[in-house]
Design a protein. Sequence first.
Length: 347
Amino acid sequence: MLIALMPGDGIGPEVVAEARQVLEAVAGAGLRFEEAPVGAAGYRAEGHPLPPATLDLARRADAILFGAVGDPACDGLERALRPEQAILGLRKHLELFANLRPAKLYPELAAASALRPDIAAAIDLVIVRETNGDVYFGEKGLRTTPAGRRQGYDVMSYDEDEVTRIARVGFETARARRGRLCSVDKANVLETSQLWRDVVSALAADYPDVALSHMYVDNAAMQLVRDPGQFDVIVTGNLFGDILSDQASMCAGSIGMLPSATLDRAGKGLYEPIHGSAPDIAGQDKANPLATILSAAMMLRYSLGDPASADRIERAVAAALAAGHRTADLGGATGTRAMGEAVRAAL
Ligand code: ATP
Ligand code: MG
């Protein structure tokens, strides 16, 4: 298996280095690694945030471990050359349409949640968000109304194939977990959502082992805070998923803890922490590497067919926290390298 390493900018190289060593420790000889510059690092090395050789590596690899992109020094560049374009380009070129974000609270970190500890303790869910369609990619523009007022518009649309492919990821993710799928839409108001609901409901016949429910997005936002323990897997569109996944992540604790995966139709994926390049702490051995290490665990589970090693990594992270290791974002003084070492020692 070929793993593409794209450390990127800021703390990206520090956290990716720790995750790579964890992957080597659990899956060793079965993995080959190749590294390529991306983001500001790509721009400096090759004149583009997503250099052709980096995109080629992404295409050849079985999975991509991505750090973070972003560098204040690039703020003045034209949009197409900014570091953030790298991740958008990878999603588009590789058709990575399914973004999976687990939100789980480690009991040791209950104090870090935005919720009351007894409510937060029950969070263990995955949001499956569609990332190639919806209002972000529909027709958009600015026009003038007959009355002379400026009017902005963004068209929301999904065709049934787009809904089917993301819904299948939702059903399959639920099947591999606790078997419950909640589809979130706004079918009482939106035509797009009515189609979404019809398509998801029709697919349920293929997954008799999964219990399907539907919820309006406004209610889902409330329920995530009121009683997050009721959710196993949530599947939703690009806009609703964008909002709900940020909400769920803050319920579950520090930004330095949360991994993500973005998958294509064949199960190939890009794995990255949800945090950014954190230039304020870059190069100081302060970054929490756990989000990236947990992203590597997701890679083993979803792209490399090795869920047992994924479980091992997740248990080792819990053990390192139970042993008292805390990086600065979790209120401690453990360094990036020492945290990576603590996880490897616990494997
Ligand atoms: P982006 O636009 O790239 O998502 P951002 O502006 O949202 O970036 P981050 O880079 O995610 O910001 O950083 C937000 C804050 O969280 C910063 O203060 C940063 O130091 C902190 N932070 C982010 N990631 C980590 C981490 N892994 N460990 C510790 N602190 C972190
Ligand atoms: Mg951010």
